[in-house]
Design a protein around this ligand. Structure first.
Ligand SMILES: NC(=O)c1ccc[n+]([C@@H]2O[C@H](COP(=O)([O-])OP(=O)(O)OC[C@H]3O[C@@H](n4cnc5c(N)ncnc54)[C@H](OP(=O)(O)O)[C@@H]3O)[C@@H](O)[C@H]2O)c1
Length: 235
């Protein structure tokens, strides 16, 4: 079994996922960089190595494809013999400017498939591996747009997918409460990535800081919470 802790990041070829993988690599994690396109995963891993990350492995992982998810987690376990951290960053926002009352249901389905079921599938693969070592940290990259307390119209599929992802965080956090596995949701705020909805954005590295804090939390750290940076935000 690898001496280092092992972290798998989804959607790690660009944006927040890449920044998260880089931050974890600098903190002496072995990093499993995943992307839905194998070539993108390999390129991201090469870039991380070029920036001094010592131990990186790349895997194709499309969160909407159960076989691909299974393969990536199985290969991670085969390579390292452990999985300590999962950050589910893969996400899509494809219904900007839409109304819920006139939604394109294919876009709604695709959004839920990626943002909710994708993260769900990954958690279901990760938790048995984490249980083997009685240690795990799962961070769901959510959004303030998924906050029920502040819910408004616009981007309905995206909002609903992130609200549902937050519900999944609560369910899983309770389910693994006895296993030293901490599950939390994190909003990056507004980050300068391709997805950026507009407004003043921070760098992906800055936005990643709170998620890294959750991914490296001590055993008595937060569980079942919703954070932006290190602050609790309303569900
Ligand atoms: N940027 C913001 O201001 C902001 C705010 C709130 C929440 N977020 C959340 O932050 C997360 C990361 O987004 P980002 O800002 O980094 O945007 P991004 O640059 O658009 O990155 C999205 C990532 O998700 C990947 N992805 C999409 N569908 C996938 C699938 N089926 N399987 C695997 N990977 C898939 C993309 O891969 P491809 O390159 O193959 O498309 C890409 O790597 C998302 O969950 C998003 O909802 C971002």
């Amino acid at each position: 079994m690898s001496e280092r802790r092992v972290a798998l990041v989804t959607g790690a070829n660009r944006g927040l996922g890449y920044a998260l993988a880089a931050c974890l690599g600098r903190r002496e994690f072995s990093v499993v960089v995943t992307a839905r396109d194998a070539r993108d995963a390999n390129e991201a891993a090469a870039s991380l190595r070029a920036h001094g990350v010592a131990e990186v492995e790349a895997h194709q992982l499309d969160v909407t494809d159960p076989a691909s998810v299974f393969r990536a987690f199985t290969e991670t376990q085969r390579s390292f013999g452990r999985l300590d951290v999962l950050i589910s960053s893969a996400g899509i926002a494809i219904d900007r400017g839409r109304d819920a009352s006139s939604s394109d249901m294919e876009k709604v389905r695709a959004t839920l498939e990626t943002n909710l079921l994708g993260a769900w599938r990954c958690a279901a693969e990760a938790i048995p591996l984490m249980r083997e070592n009685d240690y795990g940290r799962i961070v769901h990259v959510s959004s303030g747009m998924g906050s029920l307390a502040n819910m408004t119209s616009g981007s309905p599929a995206y909002r609903v997918s992130k609200a549902a992802l937050n519900a999944l965080t609560r369910v899983l956090a309770d389910e693994v409460a006895q296993d030293n596995i901490l599950v939390n949701s994190a909003s990056p705020g507004v980050a300068a990535t391709r997805m950026n909805y507009g407004g003043e954005a921070v760098s992906p590295e800055e936005a990643a800081e709170g998620m890294i804090w959750l991914a490296t939390a001590p055993d008595d750290g937060p569980r079942g919470g919703f954070f932006q940076g290190r602050s609790v935000i309303p569900w």
